[in-house]
Design a protein around this ligand. Structure first.
Ligand SMILES: [Zn+2]
Ligand SMILES: [Zn+2]
Length: 325
């Protein structure tokens, strides 16, 4: 209502009292942002590569770990090699149930709680991450298999099925609706939801949208919901009306046919993408082709290695040494 009054007042050229304008203040924006890749396939000197994903987000002095890699020790080892202390990270986001994103959680909690009892203790996800995935008569959902063990270690799971602001200006999208026909899942997996068995489309797949003065920075784990669906939902519901300036993480483009990749590139262009740090399932070839299609300079569209960073201040830094800049 206030917004409507202010809009009418502005239209009529009437001055809006300061306090009234402040009450309809713009949503919070992150001023200082750094995202560091801690698990992906490409390793740098002293780090370990794997098929998995994890990234540390530092937003205005607060930290959040998005996904935890595949092997129990990868993120711990890589953080150590990069000189990053994870013991002060309380909040974790799991983008979906797959073990290449959730496999490191237990060991992270186990290793870091001695130094900080709250380390890795609050885990945000969408509720379908705990849906049963039966396979050959057994449970194949890693998270469900290990839930009791994780809770026993003091991990608290917080499910969100709608967009939620986890830190000022930093949003967890919740499940991304599938408006466009992007099909980034195997098609053979089964899921039991509300007592019904159905194709596992990984319905919980969620992303992080960070509102900045330049536009939205999207961080994705594996992109099962589709990068275009994720950009569209972010712009419609999560951080409304903002261009998507940067894509960081796994976007599941490695297996796309040429015409689908070109369509995806056209959508990226329309959403305003200026930076692409493609990790994990994004694929090398996809990153190179999108760089060409979007006419981005080489330093703005890169395949991520462990230690690669995206920051609002410096854009993409390919590796720890930064020598290539
Ligand atoms: Zn996955
Ligand atoms: Zn993955």
């Amino acid at each position: 209502m206030r917004g409507v009054i202010i809009a009418i007042a502005l239209f009529l050229g009437i001055a809006v009292p300061g306090s009234f304008a402040a009450a309809a203040a713009a949503p919070a924006q992150v001023q200082a942002l750094k995202i560091t890749i801690l698990s992906t396939m490409v390793a740098d000197y002293g780090t370990r590569g794997e098929w998995g994903f994890s990234a540390l987000v530092e937003a205005d002095g607060r930290k959040l770990l998005v996904d935890t890699g595949l092997a129990p020790g990868t993120v711990l080892e890589n953080a150590k090699a990069l000189g990053i202390d994870l013991s002060d990270v309380k909040e974790v986001v799991l983008t979906h149930n797959h073990d290449d994103h959730t496999g490191g959680l237990l060991s992270l909690r186990e290793a870091l709680r001695a130094k900080n009892p709250r380390a890795m203790s609050r885990v945000h996800l969408a509720s379908a991450a705990f849906a049963s995935r039966p396979h050959s008569g057994a449970e194949s959902n890693y998270l469900l298999q290990h839930r009791a063990e994780m809770e026993k270690l003091g991990i608290q799971f917080i499910a969100h099925d709608e967009p939620v602001e986890l830190l000022p200006g930093l949003w967890f999208s919740g499940p991304v609706p599938r408006k466009f026909p992007e099909r980034n899942w195997s098609g053979s997996g089964k899921l039991v939801l509300h007592g019904e068995t159905m194709e596992d489309t990984i319905p919980e797949d969620s992303a992080i949208a960070i509102n900045t003065a330049k536009g939205t920075v999207l961080l994705s784990g594996c992109g099962h919901a589709g990068v275009v669906n994720t950009m569209a939902y972010s712009q419609e519901r999560v951080v409304p009306g903002r261009p998507i300036v940067a894509l960081v993480g796994g976007f599941h483009l490695f297996q796309l046919k040429d015409e689908r990749l070109e369509w995806t590139g056209r959508q990226m262009q329309a959403f305003g993408v200026k930076w692409l740090l493609g990790a994990h399932c994004t694929g090398f070839e996809a990153v190179y082709r999108l760089r060409q299609q979007l006419r981005l300079p080489r330093e703005a569209a890169l395949v991520a290695a462990i230690g690669s960073r995206y920051s609002l201040k410096d854009g993409i830094t390919p590796d720890e040494s930064g020598l290539t800049r």
